[in-house]
Design a protein around this ligand. Sequence first.
Ligand code: PAF
Length: 285
Amino acid sequence: MDVVESLEALRAWRAGVISPLGFVPTMGALHEGHLSLVRRARGECERVVVSIFVNPAQFGPGEDLERYPRNLSRDLALLGGEGVDLVFTPTPAMVYPAGFATWVTVETLTERWEGAARPGHFRGVATVVLKLLNLVQADRAYFGEKDYQQLRVIERMVRDLNVPTTIVPCPTVREPDGLAMSSRNAYLDAAQRQAAAVICRALGAARQACEGGERDPKTLAAVVERMLAAEPLVRIDYVAVVDPVSLEPLTAIAERGAVCCVAAWVGAVRLIDNLLLAAPAEDRG
Ligand code: PAF
């Protein structure tokens, strides 16, 4: 497995590579969720590149940029075990050199939910992902559905800007008690960790209600809100039942189905999760 830091070294490696090339962008602190993306890429592509870059541009003031978990040697050992061909580990100064002045803004889709809670976040994500896609020039790039709005934003950017990479959405990987895997789970103490599992249970209860015939998005959101409110260590940021493509709040469950998105604080840790409550009509069979 090659590990390269500079953009030039990545470009030189890329020039000699056979297709298809798969790409998994990460911020490191790898867990089974990341590894599931790598395995999917490994299964579908001749060569696999993983980037590890804690992108300062997607963290707001007062967020956890400084304390975001970093463990490069462990990450490299895990990636080596998955048969990754190249790991790209640029520094912030390489990605954002002095005079950097070009930003990517995906409109509308980024206004609500994570975009509202974290101003500038999606501008930072879209910009770094476009730069990475331009540098790696992969045939396929793999993103987890856990960051649902991020996935939709990247799909829209790639479509709008004609980026010649196929975005492959991959299912959320969960702990045995249902907690969605996230590098930020490492911040939770034992009691918080146990409490955090309510998020997935609440989403599951909403899906069950939906499958049982409850079709009112407000009532479905209330199922989630009630369960979260009953857990003293959890504080709701938002619970939203939305259109799976536009992420606009739904007043009725329609053809395109419905996704429930949640953000909640568990102590000082902000977690997000989501679940498809109703599949799009064409998938319902
Ligand atoms: O999902 C992430 O880890 C990051 O947002 C990404 C896509 C690697 C961009 O920094």
